[in-house]
Design a protein around this ligand. Sequence first.
Ligand code: FES
Length: 290
Amino acid sequence: MTDPVFVDLSTAPPPEGSAPTHDMPVPPITFDGPAGYPDEVVEHLTAEALPIIGRYPHARSALLPLLHLVQSQDGRLTRAGIEFCAAQLDLTPAQVASVATFYSMYRRTPTGEYLVGVCTNTLCATLGGDEILRSVCDHLGIEPGDTTADRRITVEHVECNAACDFAPVVMVNWEFFDDQTPESTIELIEDLRAGVAVSPVRGTGPVRSFRETERDLAGPASPLVEPAPTPLADPAPSGARRRVEATSQPPSPEPEPRKPRSCPATGTSQNPGPWTTTGATTGIGRCLPH
Ligand code: FES
């Protein structure tokens, strides 16, 4: 048996009076833009926000979808968006900002019509993610995080998308494009710039604009987004862009709504949906007071 190996993962605190270990200033976290929306924008955002908030037992639980809603308004989070969410949910702007800055899907810089995220985490980088990012940026003449002058494409590097078995992975407005190469990604981007409809293998249909996608993620009550057609299977070989065109196949039928059930103890009608036991949610649990 070999001796254990210990790796020092921490450093001891610096001796008192010693120079700081780094002199890199930490950039402040800020949101730009006007401090508030015009009245007509507040009016339509409020009309969309109220049914979203109504889905949750506590208003503040609607913060994540509301951040997507204001991001669909501005293409990023602005001061006006932060203030709007705070006012709707009875939170402070600081509380909203602290959540907004935790999740990488919320952006603080302007976003083009298509947000192209190239995964440069371990496996994707090993299989060419770094090369893809560099090639795409060179092709567009921008740096990661920048947007093209025509406001169509924003490129950024992203962390692992949990799709490592399809590495290297590129995301466009949160949709996956698998097994990418520099050439296939550049072709994808040029199609997007030219207005060609592109669909991921795993997704809900042709990629929509960033703002449309953000509105979908917010989940406003209306208008409902039409179900996307099912893409055809694509036998593209590994390394090629897996792209499928939209088809006219009918959407899948809606699942039947759950039927109310009777409480075995009282005989009263119960709300549809899973019953709740004290420890878990299950379809066959016991009835709780409601
Ligand atoms: S490392 Fe890229 S998806 Fe996991």
